[in-house]
Design a protein around this ligand. Structure first.
Ligand SMILES: N[C@@H](CCC(=O)N[C@@H](CS)C(=O)NCC(=O)O)C(=O)O
Length: 307
């Protein structure tokens, strides 16, 4: 969403869309299990490596039930997130936080991003924004940077692989999205979404409506090329950019594509299947935040029909 979008888009719509949101995913068990298991193995290995005289003890240690059976699911610390419900930039972080079991405590920043309190913390007045004491300035914005930070901090390699070459592909896909695909999506959809467009663009100017419509159509036509790049280059025959599991780049891409429904963009069949696969794989973690975006789109479309 463009800057100052919160001022021009209509709050009731966001409210209606919001009904489905704010439920959190408390699933942190897999992490606890994963952590506990290597510890047990390490203990067994230590016991095995003990002197021959204590060889008897070794099998005992190995046979000892792994603490994972007893371990309580260790909840990862929650994340404090300021967000706007109709925004796909926000949706990406909201989906990720849920999918990662980060228990997001969400604050609706609708209408507040330009308040003195918000600006004092975040002079860019942008959401999503997380708060974390470990950060040098206490806050962090930019959806991709937030997902990267949280994945690094909590060792969520499944979403953001550590291996440099694999990680580079995820980074490349995200930068390509934010720098190339998203501006086209914004120019194509913001007029219909009722979001203000970026300064310096036709949509933002007082040009004749025909010129604005022409620009919007040109942006819509330009989407096909980067979209195909995500498919043929980044996915490269795999279900997701991340391979068999969605990565943070996949979450960013699927969320972005949600906006295209507002202009009835004819997605290629692979993209429809990809989005369905994302939702199936991530379940409620995806569908809850997506419900807010979809609710907003349904609202603006119904308003347009009524006019
Ligand atoms: N590139 C940024 C875009 C963030 C952005 O444009 N945020 C909009 C909502 S979509 C916002 O918070 N606007 C409120 C404002 O500027 O006051 C990201 O991916 O996080």
């Amino acid at each position: 969403m463009a800057k100052a979008a919160t001022r021009s888009a209509k709050k009731p719509a966001a409210k209606a869309a919001a009904k489905t949101a704010a439920k959190v995913n408390t699933k942190a068990a897999p992490k606890a299990t994963a952590k506990a298991a290597p510890k047990a193995t390490a203990n067994a290995a230590t016991a095995k490596a003990a002197t021959k005289a204590t060889a008897k003890a070794a099998p005992k240690a190995t046979a000892k039930p792994a603490p994972k059976a007893k371990a309580k699911p260790a909840r990862m610390p929650g994340v404090k997130l300021s967000m706007l419900r109709p925004s796909v930039n926000n949706m990406a972080v909201r989906v990720f936080a849920r999918a990662a079991g980060l228990d997001p405590a969400e604050t609706d920043a609708w209408g507040l991003t330009r308040s003195p309190e918000f600006l004092a913390r975040n002079p860019a007045h942008l959401t999503p924004m997380i708060e974390d004491k470990g950060l040098p300035r206490g806050v962090l914005w930019e959806s991709c940077a937030i997902m990267q930070y949280l994945a690094n901090k909590h060792g969520l390699d499944k979403f953001y692989p550590k291996a440099p070459a694999k990680r580079a592909m995820i980074d490349s896909a995200m930068f390509y999205l934010v720098g190339t695909l998203y501006p086209y999506v914004a120019r194509a959809t913001y007029p219909a979404l009722g979001f203000p467009q970026y300064a310096g663009e036709v949509g933002h100017s007082d040009a004749h409506p025909d010129k604005k419509s022409e620009a919007q159509k040109a942006a819509m036509a330009a989407i096909a090329e980067p979209l195909e790049v995500f498919h043929s280059f980044f996915r490269n025959g795999k279900p997701f950019i991340g391979g068999n599991n969605p990565s943070i780049a996949d979450i960013r891409l699927a969320a972005t594509l949600e906006f295209l429904a507002v202009v009835d963009y004819a997605l290629p069949s692979w993209a429809k299947e990809y989005m369905a696969a994302m939702e199936k794989k991530l379940g409620k973690a995806y569908s809850e935040p997506a419900g807010d975006v979809r609710g907003y789109i349904a609202h603006v479309k119904s308003q347009a029909t009524a006019q």
